[in-house]
Design a protein. Structure first.
Length: 336
């Protein structure tokens, strides 16, 4: 059963979560070394994208609510920053990149304000589905760097790739993005995930680029699946198609970059090997070589990974001849 607007969660109190809600720093292809903030419980989202790296959405939700106490998030971030600094780790951004859609958190505006005092830039990566709401726009104006998802302009293609909540209308979401772009004073980026035989036709790429041109972002990223997707049939477009998309964006004078490479293995150790591995892999699947490098930095060995796999806390996934490690998601079931 999925959550809908007005229904409440059951089972546990979200504000009582003992694990850290901050993770990393992790290497980011867009943000350098970013300290992640996991302000949403596993798989509470407005979309259930076919390419999502952390699995299907178990709790489809549209109403915003408080999942964790803002002071809990602020305290966890401050602790992680202190631990990272002790070890000489660089932090370029504090990034809201959770297990679900970050703007479902009704307190995100307050959390951004609290974290601003730490003197590190704030980033939010959102699917933009709630930007049609003025309150969400006001919350995100407080951030320094925003990424909005624009995978399709055609309604049917959008529904196939992003699998949104049933009552959503794409035109309202696009209007929300447009409104937000006019008033946001920070660094605005877009990301479009290209999937073979879904949204990679010349016609759809032209529609996407035309819309993105109209909102005038600082940067537009064209990405492809680089980590194990939710649906096994998801494939990357050909190199020719990826290049075609890039050229279409360039023709419209859009500042575009590919986001198709591996981000590297510079995962930071901040004190607790198991906590670090589980918090990072909850939202950021790690390649085996990245885990090995992390363990070497932490002065630990592969037995930690083996035990986490044995206890069903970590799972091993093969994708494109590479081995990834992803935290086993503990599904939170709503009340009947």
């Amino acid at each position: 059963m999925n959550l809908t607007g007005g229904q409440k969660k059951g089972g546990i109190k979200m504000s009582d979560k003992k694990e850290s809600l901050a993770y990393g720093p992790v290497p980011s292809r867009r943000l350098g070394q970013s300290l992640g903030i996991n302000n949403i419980p596993p798989k509470f989202c407005t979309y259930s994208c076919v390419y999502c790296q952390i699995g299907k959405t178990s709790n489809m939700q549209t109403n915003r609510e408080a999942f964790y106490k803002p002071e809990k998030i602020a305290n966890d971030v401050q602790r992680k920053i202190r631990e990272a600094k002790k070890r000489g780790e660089r932090i370029d951004y504090l990034a809201f990149v959770p297990d679900g859609e970050p703007t479902l958190d009704v307190n995100i505006g307050e959390e951004i304000e609290r974290l601003k005092d730490l003197g590190v830039k704030i980033a939010v990566i959102t699917n933009a589905s709630l930007l049609k709401e003025r309150e969400v726009q006001e919350n995100l104006y407080k951030a320094d760097w925003i990424s909005v998802k624009i995978d399709a302009i055609s309604h049917e293609i959008w529904r196939r790739i992003n699998r949104p909540y049933k009552s959503f209308k794409l035109y309202k979401i696009l209007n929300g993005i447009s409104e937000f772009s006019k008033r946001f004073n920070g660094y605005l980026t877009t990301e479009s995930m290209l999937i073979h035989n879904i949204n990679d036709s010349t016609e759809e790429i032209e529609k996407i680029s035309d819309f993105i041109k109209s909102i005038d972002p600082n940067k537009s990223y064209l990405s492809i699946p680089t980590r194990p997707p939710t649906e096994t049939w998801v494939e990357s477009p050909s190199e020719e198609t990826i290049n075609k998309a890039y050229q279409i964006f360039k023709e419209r004078n859009i500042p575009v970059e590919h986001l198709i490479g591996y981000e590297g293995n510079a995962f930071a150790f901040t004190g607790d090997v198991k906590e670090d591995l589980l918090s990072i892999t909850a939202v950021h699947p790690m390649r085996k070589e990245g885990v090995e490098e992390y363990l070497s930095k932490a002065g630990s060995d592969w037995k930690v990974v083996e035990k986490l796999v044995e206890k069903n806390k970590l799972k091993e996934i093969k994708y494109k001849d590479k081995t990834f490690y992803l935290r086993k998601i503990q599904i939170i079931s709503p009340s009947p």
